[in-house]
Ligand binder design. Structure first.
Ligand SMILES: NC(=O)c1ccc[n+]([C@@H]2O[C@H](COP(=O)([O-])OP(=O)(O)OC[C@H]3O[C@@H](n4cnc5c(N)ncnc54)[C@H](OP(=O)(O)O)[C@@H]3O)[C@@H](O)[C@H]2O)c1
Length: 267
């Protein structure tokens, strides 16, 4: 019987993923900043442990208490929407501490056992904003894009130990606590000079419906954990899948990269 350790299981994607693996007979170590036993069905295969991904002692204690695991899911994350000029460096650091450095730190803590056993899968949850930039999300997008780069580089380093790295890329979900949990970081996020622009962005956001269900995310994590032949990047949710497909079909003449001759001209 295999064991998965998931971060950020108190709500949303993490909670649904814990439920999904439990339903499929895995042992689940559901970690939360403030552990609650009443969120998931009682099971001998479930353990709920405290884990704050920004706290090194908490990470060490949780990984020790969990014992051997087969799959790590770095799901814990926080959101932030606002103009960069309205974002304090304290907030930017908080977002990176959780989304980026938290993912790196928990990965580092489980690696020795994966390397020694020559087996293991690490699944990092990012976001479809890394596929297509959106305004007012610069800091959040940067924190998740860094996880993409981290994952794809580390994958090359860990291949020799048969440790797989995967990225699950969800689109926008309305059924999690993500937006509600982001509110305290968004109080002063829109300075006057950006107010009109922000109104138009919010109006567009209001029109587009969220396309990712927590279940889509859980199923994508399941695939990442169980299918060694799946690609490193797995889109989760109809909106993320559509975005990923549009990235794939982008014409080679797209202007996202300057041609070498243009770069030479600039130099
Ligand atoms: N919802 C979306 O539209 C969306 C879209 C793309 C990507 N994502 C990503 O999906 C992941 C899950 O988000 P969600 O939508 O399920 O939101 P959520 O309901 O707010 O869940 C986030 C989870 O992360 C936990 N968390 C926050 N800071 C933590 C820390 N320092 N240590 C440990 N856990 C911490 C939260 O725990 P507490 O209860 O203790 O705060 C909560 O359990 C995040 O990485 C997010 O960036 C979400």
């Amino acid at each position: 019987m295999k064991t998965v350790l998931i971060t950020g299981c108190s709500s949303g994607f993490g909670l649904e993923t814990a439920r999904y693996f439990l339903d499929r007979d895995w042992k689940v170590v559901a970690t939360m900043r403030s552990p609650r036993e009443d969120l998931l069905p009682r099971s001998e295969r479930l353990r709920v442990l405290a884990l704050d991904v920004t706290n090194p002692d908490s990470i060490r204690q949780a990984v020790e208490a969990a014992g051997p695991i087969d799959v790590l899911v770095n799901n814990a994350g926080i959101g932030m929407l606002g103009a960069l000029e309205g974002t304090s460096m304290e907030t930017a650091r908080e977002v990176f501490e959780t989304n980026t450095l938290g993912t790196i730190a928990v990965t580092q803590a489980v690696l020795p056992q994966f390397r020694q056993r020559k087996a293991g899968v690490i699944v990092n949850v990012t976001s479809s904003v890394t596929l297509k930039p959106l305004p007012l999300l610069s800091v959040y997008t940067a924190s998740k894009a860094a996880v993409t780069a981290f994952t794809e580089s580390l994958a090359l380093e860990l291949q020799q130990f048969n440790v797989r790295m995967r990225l699950v890329i969800p689109g926008r979900a309305s059924e999690t606590r993500f937006v509600e949990n982001a509110q305290p970081r968004m109080q002063s996020g829109i300075p006057e000079a950006y107010a009109e622009f922000a109104q138009s962005v919010f109006a567009r956001m209001g029109q587009s419906s969220a396309g990712t269900r927590a279940l889509d995310l859980a199923a994508a994590v399941w695939r990442a954990a169980n299918d060694p032949s799946c690609p490193v990047r797995i889109a989760a949710g109809a909106d993320a899948v559509a975005l990923a497909e549009s990235c794939l079909t982008q014409s080679p003449t797209s202007n996202r990269f300057a041609a070498p001759s243009a770069l030479e001209t600039v130099a």
